[in-house]
Design a protein. Structure first.
Length: 236
């Protein structure tokens, strides 16, 4: 499988077309951004780590019956995926209060919820990914009611699988963002990435942050945290 043409360059990945119109190649970068691109930097080795981790989790989720875009890892930073039309919703699941949830509702971080929450943001950089509810998503025709029901069910399913996995390697899954896409026949599958860029991961014993918050909040040890996450997963 070869890269034919660059279709898109995002903040963390590039997307290329291939000889097969149904497949693309995603290439993970070391670039890091936060606060909708206002803060920029590099996390050395991140591209390769996020490629590895995402591919690992996509395969784990497939094995648990959740359909994903993953096809094949082709090198350190690149993977072949099924090309989808991305549903322009960022789907966020939370098990514990943190980040924008804690700020928005004026609560401390670390409150363990009795049950996970789900929220949607409109995936639109120019508007700063505004929060919206399902009625807004329907009004804007971002997805159909059936698609939203499928996405919700799959997102909670992903949470069940990932929460259990992370717990088994001594990591608490606090929250994460997912993206879903449509195949040409309309089937909804899980797309994009699952990595410390898109999830909050806290060491279960010490509470140490092992994710992009180290970069966002200038906590130092960013590269070490990403390496540690990879070690835990590969050690499994
Ligand atoms: P951003 O667009 O937020 O800067 P990235 O740098 O991660 O994000 O860019 C990757 C882009 O590829 C995102 O817009 C994402 O929605 C899109 N994408 C992810 N998986 C697929 C896929 N299977 N098919 C097509 N596009 C995808
Ligand atoms: N997230 C993401 N991309 C975004 C916004 C959020 O991957 O554009 C992830 C983020 O890493 C965290 C979760 O979604 O794991 C919840 O993020 P939150 O809403 O708390 O926002 P943030 O603190 O990142 O502004």
């Amino acid at each position: 499988m070869n890269k034919v043409q660059q279709l898109y360059e995002g903040k963390a990945k590039k997307v290329f077309s291939t000889e097969d119109p149904n497949l693309c190649i995603v290439s993970y970068k070391d670039d890091a951004t936060a606060f909708n691109g206002q803060k920029k930097g590099t996390i050395l080795g991140k591209g390769a780590i996020n490629n590895r981790l995402t591919n690992y989790f996509m395969q784990l989720l497939e094995s648990k019956g959740i359909p994903t875009h993953f096809v094949e890892e082709i090198n350190d930073t690149d993977a072949v995926v099924k090309k989808v039309e991305i549903v322009p919703l960022e789907v966020i699941i939370r098990n514990i209060s943190a980040g924008s949830f804690a700020a928005r509702y004026g609560v401390e971080e670390g409150i363990v919820f009795d049950q996970p929450t789900i929220e949607f943001s409109y995936k639109c950089d120019e508007l700063n990914d505004p929060l919206l509810n399902t009625y807004h998503a329907l009004a804007l025709k971002l997805a159909t009611p059936e698609e939203i029901a499928t996405i919700e069910k799959m997102a909670f399913g992903v949470n069940d699988v990932l929460k259990e996995f992370w717990a088994s390697v001594g990591v608490t899954l606090v929250d994460f963002k997912l993206e879903f896409g449509r195949l040409p026949d309309g089937t909804i599958i899980l797309a994009d990435e699952i990595s410390p860029d898109t999830a909050r991961l806290w060491d279960s014993k010490t509470g140490e942050k092992l994710d992009k918050d180290r970069f966002r909040r200038d906590l130092g040890g960013v590269e070490d945290a990403y390496q540690e996450v990879l070690r835990r997963v590969l050690g499994k």
